[in-house]
Design a protein around this ligand. Structure first.
Ligand code: MGD
Ligand code: MGD
Ligand code: SF4
Ligand code: MO
Length: 702
């Protein structure tokens, strides 16, 4: 046993999760020997979730990529040759220079999303090099774009209460949100609130882990939540339970919304949602006669054709009874708006011509197979993302990736479903091997992740690869050659000194040195802080042009939306045939999207890829528990294991996202069936607006 000293290094979980836990890595002789939660971080509460606790399995996974690889066989054949970084970078630069000369840099598409949420390895790397090149932009709308846009338009800023404020709530509606899996550190707080008498309602077509411990579970038909929210408001107004004075003072468009609500009597809403009229009336009364009430949702709810308007309706609901600006009340979507990074320092976009065009990431398959022309996409550079696993309409993406003249580079820690189709694969560092700063979208600390160990093999961080590419392409701007630490300092200092007034207040005194010293720092929330309450007057105040909540939001009309919340059936569902079922593909408990999906211990806990089917729907199709089922529609098909359960509504089936094709019996996952149609707002994905048919897989025959 080594007697060398053990060094404890403070870090941050980088994954796409609202909790952004603080971690400790113990290092001895250059090896990480232990990994656990920082005991003193308020939100982490001294524990990590089941998926990240065994993180050293990921870091030291035998299949980590250690060198750059060049494809030697046909695309997707899996034959590779190890090459040096010099050769890999030179090949990329040469290919790109040829493409730029012939087509312009717009023919190069960077594709990235949420492998890490760090300021450096994500936000900066999504911008700087590509802006300098004049490459195509990417509309990053796969996750929560509609909600982000709708909440910002309604409230002026994405502020959610710090999570511990739920201890003051008396009623919480968890609406299409499953924090027991997707943001687990909220659960002990919710449990404590419940023990103090808070009533918890989960609104979800599936009986989730979160729903099991709720006081009430309401199961609407998918994508009808906008109608449900409008119906609740209808009842509140019809019974005179709304706060007229509050609405007159602090809201824009109350008269218009009141008129709109007339279209949503409970009888009609019951027919749309499948929720009994009595349940709607009772929930409306409970909502209106309880205070403080909190409406909490995340992104799963709005991955539908009507996601933007659904979120608009939900964001209006707390205003009806004046719940905004009250401790324990209001809306909890995301804390992402507490800090707005200084865009100029982050991106340096202003020094170069505007982005030539932008491609919606949900349309990747379409973009690679002809939808994007003049110039067509000739090169794809994927990092922080695994689109073959996680992006809709996989069949079409693979068609695109197999084009002989598409030059694809994938930078990842592993040979993902996407990397298999690359021309060049580059090895990436893990969070233990690079530096970063993380803000959170479900809590209010800013944190520094210090590198704990040296990069494994020849792996490099995103930023270090960008620097090499910039140099090879002949770009000599200092902001393309800074060290990672210099970049972090530049962006943090610019944001603290030149950010908007709210951001400056949040960051006062938070320097890079302080973050490095303390690891985690709580933002400068004043002692009595409540989102949307003016500290001087104590009255509600929104970050909108007129300081009021925008019940009617004229700004959204230019985005093609009705200025008032409304309900419309997603186009996919309007064409439903009798045999169709709605497939919802939310978060798996043991992976984060496709990340961690190749870790054997987690795959074992998650079980082989499954689909939950109501006994009624199973019986009608001769499906028994454990059978292999072909799930199909016109876009494609995949095979899943049947789990018969009344956890799902009749007419609805549920199969978690994130399983890799590589570990599935037919090499495919649910995204072979999901739609790449775009929702009503902000280019949002519509994964859950997905109609499928189920048939029993017959063994040994076509
Ligand atoms: N363990 C784990 N945690 C994760 C992730 C993960 O993959 N695994 N992913 C992370 C990411 S990327 C995100 S964006 C967040 C998402 O966080 P959440 O939004 O909490 O998670 P989802 O499972 O996507 O969706 C939540 C719920 O919405 C329900 N739902 C779907 N359609 C409807 C509908 O029409 N109406 C209603 N009322 N409910 C509906 C689903 O049944 C699901 O239970 O979680 C993050 N955390
Ligand atoms: N069917 C269905 N599909 C969905 C959803 C759904 O609801 N249903 N939800 C969607 C949502 S909410 C999201 S956010 C997306 C997520 O989609 P993606 O952003 O594509 O996320 P992952 O599949 O987790 O892939 C991230 C990859 O980044 C890699 N990575 C991690 N750290 C680094 C790094 O430092 N450098 C580099 N170069 N790579 C790194 C990981 O190893 C992993 O392979 O998935 C979407 N997919
Ligand atoms: S995935 Fe979420 S809950 Fe798990 S360690 Fe990371 S931040 Fe914490
Ligand atoms: Mo997401």
């Amino acid at each position: 046993m080594s007697t060398s000293p053990i060094n404890k290094v403070s870090g941050v979980c980088p994954h796409d999760c609202p909790d952004t836990c603080a971690t400790i890595t113990e290092v001895q002789d250059g090896q990480a020997i232990a990994f656990y939660a920082r005991p003193d971080h308020p939100h982490t509460q001294g524990w990590l979730c089941a998926k990240v606790r065994p993180y050293l399995e990921r870091v030291y996974h035998p299949e980590r990529l250690h060198t750059p690889l060049r494809r030697v066989g046909a695309k997707g054949s899996g034959a590779w040759q190890a090459i040096s970084w010099e050769a890999a970078i030179a090949e990329i630069a040469t290919r790109w220079q040829q493409i730029i000369a012939r087509y312009s840099a717009a023919a190069i598409l960077p594709y990235s999303y949420s492998g890490t949420l760090g300021l450096l390895q994500n936000a900066v790397c999504e911008q700087r090099l590509w802006n300098r090149m004049g490459a195509s932009g990417l509309i990053r709308s796969i996750c929560g774009a509609a909600a982000e846009h709708a909440v910002t338009a309604t409230l002026g800023r994405r502020l959610a209460p710090p999570p511990e404020q739920v201890l003051h709530s008396k009623l919480v509606l968890l609406w299409g949100h499953n924090p027991a899996s997707t943001g687990p550190h909220f659960m002990p707080l919710l449990r404590q609130a419940q023990q103090q008498g808070c009533y918890v309602v989960v609104i979800d077509p599936r009986r989730t882990r979160t729903a099991r411990s709720a006081d009430q579970h309401i199961q609407p038909r998918p994508a009808t939540d906008g109608a449900l929210a409008l119906g609740l408001m209808h009842v509140i107004v019809a019974e005179g339970l709304h706060d007229e004075a509050w609405l007159q003072h602090y809201a824009t468009g109350w008269d218009d919304l009141r008129e709109r609500l007339q279209e949503y009597p409970p009888q009609r809403v019951a027919a749309i949602t499948g929720v009994p009229e009595a349940t709607i009336n009772a929930l409306a009364r409970r909502f209106a006669t309880t205070s403080p009430t909190l409406v909490k949702f995340a992104d799963g709810l709005q991955r539908h054709g009507n996601g933007g308007q659904t979120v608009r309706a939900l964001a209006c609901l707390p205003a009806l009874t004046g719940q905004y600006g009250i401790l324990g009340g209001g809306l909890s979507y995301s804390t992402g708006g507490y800090i707005a990074w200084n865009g100029a320092a982050l991106a340096h976009q202003h020094e170069y011509p505007p982005v030539p065009r932008s491609v919606n990431m949900n349309r990747l398959g379409a973009a690679l197979t002809g939808e994007v022309q003049d110039p067509p996409i000739m090169s794809l550079y994927v990092f922080n993302a695994n689109p073959v696993t996680s992006t809709p309409n996989t069949g079409r993406i693979l068609q695109g990736l197999q084009h002989e003249d598409l030059f694809t580079v994938v930078h990842d820690l592993f040979m993902t479903d996407t990397a298999r189709y690359a021309d060049l694969v580059l090895p990436a560092t893990s969070q233990l091997e690079h530096a970063d700063i993380h803000k959170a979208y479900g809590q209010v600390t800013l944190q520094y992740n210090a590198p704990a160990i040296a990069p494994l093999g020849e792996s490099k961080s995103n930023w270090d690869v960008m620097r090499l590419l910039a140099a090879a392409l002949g770009y000599h701007e200092p902001w393309l050659q800074q060290t990672g630490e210099e970049v972090l300092r530049e962006v943090l200092d610019a944001t603290r000194t030149q950010g908007d007034a709210f951001t400056r207040q949040m960051l006062a005194g938070i320097t890079l040195e302080r973050l490095q010293r303390e690891g985690s720092v709580r933002l400068n929330l004043p002692a009595e802080f409540v989102p949307f309450r003016d500290p001087a007057s104590g009255t509600p105040h929104f970050f909108t042009g007129d300081g009021k909540i925008q019940l009617r939001c004229d700004a959204l009309v230019s985005s093609g939306l009705d200025a008032l919340p409304t309900y419309a059936l997603p186009a996919e569902f309007a064409a439903a045939q009798p045999d169709d079922l709605i497939l919802i593909t939310g978060a798996p408990h043991h992976f984060v999207s496709g990340s961690l999906g190749n870790q054997a211990s987690l795959r074992q806990k998650e079980g082989s890829p499954f689909i939950e089917i109501n006994p009624h729907d199973a019986a009608a199709r001769g499906i028994r528990d454990g059978m292999q089922i072909v799930v199909s529609n016109a876009r494609g098909s995949c095979q899943l294991r049947a789990v018969i359960t009344d956890d799902v509504l009749p007419g609805v089936v549920v199969a978690p996202k994130g399983h890799w094709g590589a570990f599935s019996p037919d090499g495919r996952n649910v995204n072979w069936t999901t739609s790449d149609a775009i929702a009503d707002l902000a280019g949002q994905s519509t994964f859950h607006s997905n109609l499928v048919r189920l048939t029993v897989q017959t063994q040994g025959k076509e």
